[in-house]
Write a new protein. Structure first.
Length: 133
C-alpha cells in the first residue's frame, strides 16, 4: 500500500512511502500499533525523525439529516418521518456526530425515508404533510 508521508522537520521530503510491515500486536495502553513505511532516500531525513502518515481507514455510509429536522421531546431526540401517504410519524432516533448544519442519524430512520424539516414544537403525528419539491 502506498501512503502519503509528511516530515515536519524536512518539508522538502514529503513524499509517498510504501508500507513494508504492520506489526500485528497492538499496544493496549495507547490503543495503537506499529506500521513501518519505506521512504525514498533523502539527505534531509535522520534516524528517529517523526513524520505524519495519511493512512486510509476505509469509508462508511451514514445517514445525514438537517439538524433542524431533529427535535427533542422530553430529553430524547426525535424526527417526524413521512410514510408513503405523507402522514407524519414521530420516531425516536439515535444521533451521532454533528457536521455543520447536519447531524448523523445512527438509528431510527432509513436512508430512503423523508423527514419533516423544522417541525418546531408542533405535534405533527398522524397529520398529512404537503411535500414541496
Amino acid at each position: 500500500m502506498r501512503i502519503r508521508v509528511s516530515v515536519g522537520s524536512a518539508p522538502s521530503t514529503n513524499s509517498i512511502g510504501t508500507v513494508s510491515e504492520i506489526v500485528p500486536a497492538a499496544d493496549s495502553s495507547s490503543h495503537s500499533f506499529l506500521i513501518k513505511i519505506d521512504l525514498p532516500s533523502s539527505k534531509d531525513l535522520r534516524a528517529g525523525t517523526y513524520a505524519t502518515a495519511e493512512i486510509p481507514i476505509g469509508t462508511n455510509q451514514v445517514i445525514l439529516a438537517p439538524r433542524s429536522a431533529v427535535v427533542i421531546r422530553g430529553s430524547l431526540p426525535c424526527a417526524y418521518v413521512l410514510d408513503n401517504n405523507n402522514i407524519a410519524q414521530l420516531r425516536y432516533v439515535a444521533i451521532g456526530s454533528q457536521r455543520g448544519d447536519a447531524v448523523e442519524i445512527l438509528s431510527g430512520v432509513a436512508a430512503d425515508e423523508k423527514l419533516v424539516d423544522d417541525p418546531a414544537d408542533r405535534d405533527l403525528g398522524g397529520k398529512s404533510i404537503e411535500v414541496l419539491p
